[in-house]
Ligand binder design. Structure first.
Ligand SMILES: Cc1cc2nc3c(=O)[nH]c(=O)nc-3n(C[C@H](O)[C@H](O)[C@H](O)COP(=O)(O)OP(=O)(O)OC[C@H]3O[C@@H](n4cnc5c(N)ncnc54)[C@H](O)[C@@H]3O)c2cc1C
Length: 323
């Protein structure tokens, strides 16, 4: 039986949330095309955490780790994956749209001679193979690609797929050879410098409090940070404030920033330009605060408050603290 192979990532030995999107999509594909649903995780991973992923109809979880590849290394991860791929010969291989996925998917496709599709937002099964959609020209056009011939390597655009769990099932967990070559001269990852303060990542957070140019000055983001802390939310930003150097690029939401899909997205002083909208339109509930009643963001917000954010944020903070 042919198989689908999904490559998932871990962080601090935990499976990343972005993996759940991949697993949901892999299950749909495997059942429609009658494929064995195999998942591979390279790097640090605790077996006990497999409970997180046993609700996605996986047949086998392949894990591989040594001290040498406990952290991401392009060459070592590539070699370890190639070893397994050459054995399994999957019909389709899924990667996430994370930094690692973006780096690894083309390396694998080039090495095994598979077709590669990146930033995919939809996969349909057609009689002869797959029909895949992806945005091009900065999201202005959706390209549809048909693959009558497999195999293919596909990376999914983060936060574009729904997470759907099914009933728990037993997964067979198999330790694989990670095939680390001793003699190759390879780059070595010496250290990962963590942010000074532990911050929530916008692309993984379930609540985001974002600020735009309407915040007027970088110091005023203290208000956003305070509200975010109370709500256990990540801080987001528009490109205008990132370009101005008020906030780090890691917080930027939008076409040239991160694509997010939290349960709640609160935007303060953000006009709602199309490039910002494409990054947060998948949020389940959007709340916009803007003093201009004609601001474009009100056209797609679920709740809108026309008013001065410098009055509204302190009131919100006071109210939430009371609760
Ligand atoms: C190729 C390209 C890629 C881009 N990528 C991105 C991207 O990834 N992400 C992104 O965000 N942008 C992106 N942009 C920029 C985008 O077009 C907008 O310029 C940007 O989003 C505007 O940011 P803003 O809403 O913070 O600022 P503005 O458009 O200046 O809006 C500020 C808003 O604050 C409101 N306001 C002011 N004072 C107050 C107050 N006291 N209380 C309440 N409201 C107030 C104003 O009414 C206004 O609506 C991109 C542009 C290009 C060309």
């Amino acid at each position: 039986m042919s198989c689908i192979l999904t490559v998932i990532e871990s962080k601090n030995k935990e499976i990343k949330n972005s993996a759940l999107e991949l697993l949901s999509e892999a299950r749909k594909i495997s059942s429609k095309r009658n494929l064995d649903n195999k998942v591979i995780i390279i790097g640090e991973y605790e077996k006990n955490n497999s409970t997180q992923i046993n609700e996605f109809g996986i047949n086998a979880l392949l894990t591989g780790s040594t001290d040498k590849i406990s952290k991401y290394s392009p060459e070592l991860y590539r070699d370890s994956l190639l070893h397994t791929i050459n054995e399994l010969k999957p019909e389709i291989i899924l990667f996430s749209g994370s930094a690692i996925g973006k780096d690894l998917a083309p390396r694998i496709a080039a090495n095994i001679g598979y077709n590669l599709v990146t930033e995919c937002i939809d996969i349909s099964i057609i009689e002869e193979g797959y029909e895949i959609k992806r945005p091009i020209f900065a999201g202005k056009i959706i390209q549809t690609l048909r693959f009558n011939k497999t195999p293919i390597v596909v990376s999914l655009k983060s936060n574009s797929f729904t997470i759907e769990k099914i009933e728990e099932n037993e997964i067979s967990i198999k330790q694989i050879d990670v095939n680390v070559s001793e003699d190759k001269k390879l780059p070595i990852l010496r250290e990962i410098i963590q942010p000074q303060k532990e911050v929530l990542d916008v692309s993984e957070a379930s609540t985001i409090v974002s600020g735009g140019r309407g915040m007027k000055e970088p110091e005023n983001f203290k208000l956003i940070e305070e509200l975010a802390e109370i709500l256990n939310a990540a801080v987001g930003a528009s490109r205008a404030v990132v370009d101005a150097g008020w906030r780090p690029h890691s917080e930027q939401v939008g076409q040239t920033g991160k694509i997010v899909s939290p349960n709640l997205y609160i935007a303060f002083g953000i006009s709602g330009a199309i490039q910002h909208q494409v990054g947060m339109i998948n949020s389940k509930c959007i709340v916009a605060v803007n003093k201009d009643k004609n601001a474009p963001i009100f056209k797609f917000a679920d709740y809108g408050i026309v008013g001065d954010l410098f009055e509204i944020i302190p009131e919100l903070i006071a109210e939430l603290k009371n609760k």
